[in-house]
Design a protein around this ligand. Sequence first.
Ligand SMILES: Nc1ncnc2c1ncn2[C@@H]1O[C@H](COP(=O)(O)OP(=O)(O)O)[C@@H](O)[C@H]1O
Ligand SMILES: [Mg+2]
Length: 447
Amino acid sequence: MLNYFGIASICYYFIWHFNLLESLGASAHLLKAFRNLGGWYGTSGLFLVPAVLHLWSIGIGPFVKRRKVENQLKAVLLRNAEGYGPTVVRMYQENSYRDVVTVRAPGIGAEKLQSSKSAIEAALGRQIETVRAHSNPRFVDLVLVRRDLPGKILFTEIPCSIRQDAFSIGESKEGFKAARISDLPHLLIAGTTGGGKSVFFKQALLALLEGSPNLQMYLIDLKGGIEMKPFTALPNVKMAKSADEAEAILSAVKSEMEKRFAYLEKKGAESIEPGRDPYDRIVVGIDEASVLYTASRDEEDYEQVMEAKRLTEHIAKLSRAAAIHLILATQKVTKETVDTRIQENVSGRMCFKLNTIEGSVRMLGHGKAADLPAIPGRGIWQYGNEELIVQVPFLDKSVLTARLEGIKSQYANGERKKRHPMLLEDQKAAPFWLDAQQQVALEADAE
Ligand SMILES: Nc1ncnc2c1ncn2[C@@H]1O[C@H](COP(=O)(O)OP(=O)(O)O)[C@@H](O)[C@H]1O
Ligand SMILES: [Mg+2]
């Protein structure tokens, strides 16, 4: 406070305040009134203005707000046996999506606050996102919604650059989220029709194709393959549209996996690294994967479908070390469609709205996907212990085609080079970059 008084006195002595007012264009009337003020009145007037502003900024404003919230909470929460009600300890903005009110509520606890959630929401006139435990067990954090996630984010407006072998998950209240395929190593996408599975699937594939120099992609769509067709323009993408073709591709992937294991054993290495080892990363993408699991016996290609299913499970179980990844999208989540063997080996899950709590429990271990709002592209991302509600990027068909065209021209002008023939293509054609010794070793492996 003395500082303010000191500064005010100096200003007064040098009549800076007067000059300042004049330069700000104060009216002659005001200037006169100011000059007429006696010495001490002028000084204390000058002193009071910044002092009051300062007090407000350091605490009075927030203090008044805290008291207001505290009284609103007291109106809906019971006092404990000693008559203490809740005290608001701190209020702050956590990020652009959330405000936090830290409450000290002796004898009340998080459960009680949770069960009074709707009453508190009504009293505060704010929506509560969660009631969160605080690092100090005496306190509880009420997390209030400041604004909701956007209803749409465009692929072309992703706020950060996606690194090699990674793809976007989407915008969450913790910020923008991306994932590396090598960390997953498999990805399961679920949700009812219209939830945004195929769009998410495609934007992930596109990001992987754009960002990974050594990648082969095999796509399986037993429902006709129209949506995935643009991808087949690339020389490192191959697509299967029938059960026959799917079976052929999957068994080729399985043999490739075994070949890679033999290589790893010989080399004494733990896992394939596409930049270091002479193998490309392989991504097998299956849209409408439930078709694989719900074929009926009287269908003509039943046997092939079942074989494709067995191969998928086998690959899911073992391929972690071989730089081979599965991305499966499925509409139905039942015991039959998402096999437990697949479930156990997939740690990355993207779940859009599901109609049933059972489906949500099967996919995520709880019923929250059934409560998601019906916004296309709004889903729950789960990876290990991490769980986030996200809005995934929307990829327009024209953007997809244009970006694929860009990659294709890089292959055409030699900026990108295919290091391997694709599986089921002429495997004898030796990758150009291998020296003779490596070629012999690879061929010996193959035999
Ligand atoms: N991330 C998204 N953001 C906004 N709209 C989306 C998004 N994903 C999908 N949509 C809309 O929903 C429609 C259905 O999406 P789609 O991916 O085909 O659903 P699904 O494969 O789950 O049936 C799309 O045509 C699009 O209009
Ligand atoms: Mg779809």
